[in-house]
Write a protein that binds this ligand. Sequence first.
Ligand SMILES: [Zn+2]
Length: 230
Amino acid sequence: MQMANMFAMMTTEIFSQTNLGLPVLAYRFENNGPEILVLGGVHGDEVEGVAAARALLKELMKNNPYKLNLTIVPEFNIDGVLLGTRMNFRKVDLNRNLPTKDWSPEAKTERYNPGPSPMSEPENKGLVEFLEKRKPKFIVSLHSWKPMININGACEEEAEVLHRMTGYRIDPDIGYPTPGSLGTYSGHEKKIPTITYEIQEEMPLDEVVKMHVPALLEMLKVCEKKYASN
Ligand SMILES: [Zn+2]
């Protein structure tokens, strides 16, 4: 399902449908370039990531000079965003539920509940279908925790510009195993460079926008050049 709207080149798509039956909206800018995916709100209580994704979308709706086919999903876990919970409505951690080789039904703690089977959750089914259909060259997923740019796969250039704009450290290892995570699934197994962007938790949202939107825009410039020939 696609709806054109008043904004040049922007369309919306239903990325997936949640357990509560809510549509997960994807906003798409097609401008004759490489496919890039930006996710926010994989963990519904990490409002800083949702705020950054929404503010990035707003900025691009006003002005989008980038030669990219860019998809932004600001509220990937919309049930969790509305309920203010890390997990989705079925209490599954969507960042432990992707069909990675090391997926395991055992949760380290309830917080990391991987669900009854890999990709059991509709949000992740939509994500995996999107990856297969659009074959993005690069993914960034906006979270909040300790400030960190976690890289999975060959995205040092993107991470470097984020580091320069924010001072956040770049780390190829988040510090503990993350079976079923997007970093493992797309970054390592599917060879799509993936950044898990951890914004400082509890940062006031106006500061989130001020610091991270310019950083993300600079990162998109890097993507435009880096993946142009692909
Ligand atoms: Zn998170």
